[in-house]
Write a protein that binds this ligand. Structure first.
Ligand SMILES: [Zn+2]
Length: 177
């Protein structure tokens, strides 16, 4: 018998960075926020997902009594900002295991409030997609917090080609049942 029979050269079509960022994007999709949907996933050194979160109102609160708008002509009491918990904060709150040394995959570069939480949890690296608020003071505070705590940050680029392949996989999966 040919000893090489059935030994086929294979590899996963998605790497770990892309896989966990997809998880973060999917988590973001759960958010009810009509303007900004953010997702976050914590992953340990063995590439196991520890926790996920997305931006949403305080857990267990009567959401029908709270506004999702962000019209600044009224006080923050009447804006979503008064009641929303950010994706990173939710993921930290809902983690059962220790987050120290884990990586954070997040769809948007963390705000300064989340940066405080993330750095305090001794996360090793933050991998993010969007950096659209880079020039803001709050963003500079986040970067300073990460820099002074030795926390690495890295922007991930997702290729359109990978997303196309993923779309094909989704369609194939649901149509082939
Ligand atoms: Zn935040």
């Amino acid at each position: 018998m040919d000893p090489s029979i059935n030994f086929i050269d294979v590899q996963s079509p998605i790497n770990w960075d892309e896989y966990f960022m997809c998880q973060a994007i999917l988590a973001a999709y759960r958010s009810k926020d009509p303007s900004t949907k953010v997702g976050a996933v914590f992953v340990d050194q063995h590439h196991h997902q520890i926790s996920m979160g997305y931006n949403g109102f305080v857990a267990g609160i009567d959401e029908s009594k709270l506004p999702w708008g962000k019209d600044g002509s009224v006080g923050v009491e009447h804006q979503k900002y008064g009641y929303v918990v950010h994706a990173e904060a939710n993921a930290i709150l809902h983690a059962n295991g220790n987050l120290a040394g884990s990586r954070l995959y997040v769809t948007h570069f963390p705000c300064h409030e989340c940066a405080k939480l993330v750095a305090s949890k001794k996360i090793s690296e933050v991998i993010y997609l969007s950096d659209k608020h880079r020039e803001t003071e709050m963003n500079r505070i986040s970067r300073k917090i990460f820099e002074l705590t030795g926390l690495k940050t890295r922007q991930l680029r997702m290729e359109d080609r990978m997303v196309d392949r993923l779309r094909d996989h989704f369609l194939h999966s649901i149509r082939d049942l």
